[in-house]
Structures are given as C-alpha cells and as structure tokens.
Design a protein around this ligand. Structure first.
Ligand code: KG4
Ligand code: ZN
Length: 339
C-alpha cells in the first residue's frame, strides 16, 4: 500500500441513504449516513421523495463528514461518487454534487460501481480480516443477489445471480405481507431470534446452476398466510416470531446452498459476504458454521459496512485513484451498470 497520504471524499446516494465519507488511504476518518424516514409509511422507497431528501441532506452531510474527519476541502485529493446502479433521481444528486466539488477544487473525479464497492468494502482497514484474492463474494442487497468471483478490485466475474427478486427484496416484500414497516429485513432478523425456524416449511426454488430465485418463496408465504388468516385473523400476531424465523431460515439456506456449490465448483476456499443482507445475524453465523465445516477462510464485513455507506465508495475510489482511473465532467449516473 502507498505510503503517501491520500484524502478522498466519497458520496453514496443510490437509494434512500445520503452518505458521505472521508478516507485517508484505506482508513475511514468519517462515514456519515443520513437515513430517510419519509419512506416508512409507504412500505418502500418512493423515488421522488428520495431525491428530494438527498437534495436537502447532501450539504449538511458533506460538512459533517469533513468536520468529523478534521480535514479541509483544500486537503482533498479526489472526489468519488456512486455512478450506479440505483435510483436515477437519487444518483443525480450525488453525481452533480461530486462533479461540482471536483471542478471547484480542481481535483480528479472517480465514478464507482455501487455493487463492486459493497464487495471491496472488505478492504477498509478496520475490518476483522482483509481478503486474499481470488475470493468468492455472496453479494446480497435490496436490489441484487449474486455470487461473484473476485480476482482484484477491478476484475470480477458473476458466477450466479437472481432471476427475479433479490434476497433483500424477498425479506422486505414478505415483511410487508405480514404488515411490518419498510425495510422489513432487519425486523425479520430481530423477530426471528425468539422464533422456531422449523415451525413452518417453505419451498426452495428450482433454478439452474448458481442462479437464485425468490419470487416463488414470496408467493408461497403470501398464500400460506392468506389461508391461515382466513381460519384465524390473529394468526400472524400469534405466530410472528415463528413465521419470521422460518422465512429467514429458508432465505439463508437458499443463499448458502449456492455458495457451497460455487466454492466446490471453483475450488476457491476464501469466501466473503457483502451488501445489506450480510448484516443478517443468521447469514453471519451460518457462513461461520459452514465455513468451519468446509475449511474456508471466511470474511464478514464490519456491521457498518454492510448496508449502504459512503466508506465503501471511498475504498474502491482509493484503489481507482491509485490506478488513475478518473472520469470527466461529461459523466452521467446510470440506473443500471454493466458489471
Ligand atoms: O445494500 P443495501 O443497504 O441497499 C441496497 O443496495 O439495496 O441493502 C438493503 C437491504 C434491504 O432489503 C434490507 O431489508 C436488507 O438489506 N437488510 C437485511 C438486514 N439488514 C438489512 N436483511 C436481513 N437481515 C438484516 N439484518
Ligand atoms: Zn447497497
């Protein structure tokens, strides 16, 4: 790693969190996240409200991040921002701010892929362990679910991905069916702790190779609950913990099954998880348990680097800075990105 001190300001605004981080090389000096509560009552992120909230949050969050890092704007070497994928209106706020700041300060601008940043968040220096290449990364967020073979910060290959809903989306949609607020993933995790994971059985999907599917599970939970609630309107309240634990176990089992398969197929025994769902307590304990059985070296990101944050944009931004991979002012954010 370079001995020069490089200061990068990173902006993440792909969904419903406005986040700004300052990194000194691979070390996080500040990582500020302003979460948007406006979406809770709608049961999901409302894009128009998200971009308006980013617009309100961006300046105070940048100022707080700089203040907390005790860095002045003039000391920055580059500005990194999320180029995509994500909600276009939200991305535009972060991208426009990043472009103006870089232009005003006369420093390079770095466009970062949000999903690759989730994976590379493992290289932030205060994680428990830093992966060795190549490693496999189960990347599980609200919009994506995939198994990635990671050869370097730049070279990555998708080995399998979801053909419909993402794992986080499955958590959130099933939570919504149960009448829980958005985002339901962390709540299902919390309620599962007091539940019996074997109380109810839900089906596993039939998909080829290393791909995933979660929409069938969502439909099966929907019909199951509909039937039970017809017989007993209090069914969900009475069995909330058991339903959550059974759903959570099914989702994590589906994820782990393919991760085991991919490690076997590739012969790679360094295995990581990343993305919002990697905050899930069962996934974290299962990868440890199974990893021990299979003799894997397991990497779990620090809790604060699992869900969306700008520190992960900053670390990938830092590697791109070292490679001199800059973008110019004509850059536009993208709702979808080629991986
Ligand atoms: O990576 P992320 O913060 O945003 C996207 O890039 O999508 O992931 C958000 C997703 C949501 O679906 C949320 O419900 C899920 O991660 N999530 C969890 C947990 N914490 C966040 N799902 C299950 N258990 C959790 N503890
Ligand atoms: Zn994310």
């Amino acid at each position: 790693m370079s001995t020069k001190r490089t200061y990068i300001l990173a902006i993440e605004s792909s969904c419903d969190d406005t986040s700004v981080a300052i990194l000194e090389n691979d070390r996080v000096l500040s990582n500020i996240i302003a979460s948007q509560n406006v979406h809770k009552e709608y049961g999901g992120v409302v894009p128009e409200l998200a971009s308006r909230a980013h617009q309100q949050n961006i300046i105070p969050v940048v100022e707080t991040a700089l203040r907390k890092a005790e860095i002045s704007k003039e000391e920055l070497h580059a500005v990194a921002f999320t180029e995509g994928p994500g909600l276009l209106g939200s991305l535009i706020v972060g991208a426009s701010f990043a472009k103006s700041l870089a232009l005003g300060l006369g420093i390079p601008l770095i466009g970062v892929d949000h999903l690759k940043a989730h994976i590379i968040s493992h290289f932030i220096n205060d994680n428990e362990a830093i992966p060795e290449y190549p490693f496999l990364c189960l990347t599980v967020s609200g919009g994506h679910t995939m198994i990635v073979k990671v050869d370097s910060a730049i070279e990555m290959e998708i080995l399998g991905k979801t053909i419909d809903d993402a794992a986080g989306e499955a958590f959130d949609k099933i939570a919504k069916i149960m009448g829980l607020p958005y985002p339901g993933g962390p709540l299902i995790d919390q309620y599962s702790k007091k539940g019996n994971a074997d109380a109810f059985k839900f089906p596993h999907p039939k998909v080829k190779d290393l791909d995933f599917s979660f929409s069938g599970l969502k439909t099966s939970v929907l019909y199951f609950l509909k039937k039970e609630v017809e017989n007993d309107p209090q069914f969900i309240d009475k069995h909330l913990h058991d339903i959550c634990a059974s759903v959570q176990k099914t989702i994590i089992d589906i994820l782990m099954k393919n991760l085991v398969k991919s490690a076997k197929q590739t012969g790679i025994s360094h295995v990581a998880i990343a993305g919002g769902v990697s905050a899930n307590s069962l996934l974290r304990s299962e990868i440890h348990r199974i990893g021990k059985e299979k003799n894997w070296k397991v990497y779990i990101p620090k809790f604060e680097y699992c869900t969306d944050n700008a520190a992960m944009i900053g670390i990938l931004g830092y590697f791109k800075y070292l490679n001199q991979e800059f973008v110019d002012q004509s850059i536009t954010p993208k709702a979808r990105m080629e991986f």
